[in-house]
Design a protein around this ligand. Structure first.
Ligand code: SAM
Ligand code: SF4
Length: 326
């Protein structure tokens, strides 16, 4: 079955956030004090998350990415993933993590049926890494990457948010990981989720990142495989890993957008930057699979054509990525 939106885009990708809590505090994602703690009942139970996934897969979703907050801090995550992996019709199960708990959990994630890991890694300098993440330990993340490969995962994709004056001096070193370690590295434009004054000072466009790389390397363009993300992909000749550029802000991958999102509190969104959200709780408590299928279809049908975050005067409600799941 194919799930199409009103513009004819195939929607086959669900990003499901399982928690808004995190064991890091990346300054571009979360306030230093963390997110406002919610009562247990505000967060969807694993049963509820499974019902959403199963219903969405029944409608045509083929790929599910588990995200957060930090998904590995939620108790019982491996058991949940294993049940999710067992849903018939799911072709690809991926998880995005900050990697802090990966060293101890990689084998369980692999056994559960997760096929691919994305790990966020914004710096190879322990001090810069700790500054960006407000205390994160780079060494543990690197140990986590090794553990993931030992457990049988392909080299995790590394998500790098490039910010001017913070880590843009590391673009070449980070790209080098595609040769040294063989990980795909994806450079992501900084997104103004909390629109505090002066947010533009951090922004570096994907084009500029690409130009800086091209000064030092001949980049080969790479064709995208099935379930490829919204990046434009390149390769330094001979490198095992690819370099992806995600122009979430400046360029528009909206025309190829294939995703919907559900937050850990059960809010479904057709676009990260739209204020439109639909509360799924009425279809989960008590469970109403038919109502849920209907409302998911409506969300897909109403998916906006594109975001307009770079337009002057455009505003969206402030939110943290940790609430929506990136
Ligand atoms: N905790 C996990 C992690 O960090 O990978 C998963 C959740 S995190 C919200 C998902 C992704 O969103 C991360 O790769 C993170 O770098 C990205 N992200 C968060 N805030 C961002 C921002 N303001 N601009 C661009 N990317 C952002
Ligand atoms: Fe936590 Fe990920 Fe947000 Fe960093 S980006 S604060 S690791 S949820």
């Amino acid at each position: 079955m194919q799930l199409l939106d009103s513009l004819g885009r195939t929607i086959n990708y669900l990003r499901l956030s399982v928690t808004d809590r995190c064991n890091m505090r990346c300054f571009y994602c979360m306030p230093e004090a963390g997110v406002v703690k919610r009562g247990h009942e505000a967060i969807l139970s694993y049963e509820e998350l499974l019902l959403i996934a199963e219903t969405a897969i029944g409608l045509g979703i083929e790929k599910v990415r588990i995200t957060g907050g930090e998904p590995l801090v939620r108790a019982g995550i491996a058991g949940f993933l294993s049940r999710l992996a067992g849903i018939s019709g799911l072709r690809h199960l991926a998880l995005t993590t900050n990697g802090l708990l990966l060293a101890e959990m990689a084998a369980d994630l692999h056994d559960a049926g997760v096929q691919r890991l994305n790990v966020s890694l914004d710096s190879l300098n322990p001090r810069t890494f700790a500054e960006i993440t407000r205390g994160g330990d780079l060494k543990r993340v690197l140990e986590g990457l090794d553990a993931a490969e030992r457990a049988g995962f392909p080299p995790p994709k590394l998500n790098v948010v490039i910010m001017r004056g913070i880590n843009d001096n590391e673009i070449l070193n980070l790209a080098e990981l595609t040769r040294e370690r063989g990980n795909p590295v994806r450079f992501i434009e900084y997104m103004p989720v909390v629109r505090e004054d002066g947010w533009q000072r951090y922004c570096i466009s994907g084009e500029e990142i690409l130009k800086r790389l091209a000064k030092h390397h001949t980049l080969e363009q790479v064709d995208k495989g099935a379930f490829a993300g919204p990046s434009r992909d390149f390769r330094i000749p001979g490198a095992r890993g690819t370099i992806g550029i995600i122009t979430a802000v400046s360029g528009h991958f909206c025309s190829d957008c294939n995703r919907i999102r559900v937050t850990s509190t059960g809010q479904a969104k057709g676009c990260l930057f739209s204020d439109e959200k639909t509360d799924l709780i009425p279809y989960l408590r008590p469970p109403d699979p038919e109502g849920l299928a209907r409302v998911l279809n409506e969300i897909v049908a109403a998916k906006p054509e594109r975001h307009d975050i770079t337009k002057d005067g455009y505003g969206h409600e402030n939110f943290t990525m940790a609430q929506v799941g990136g």
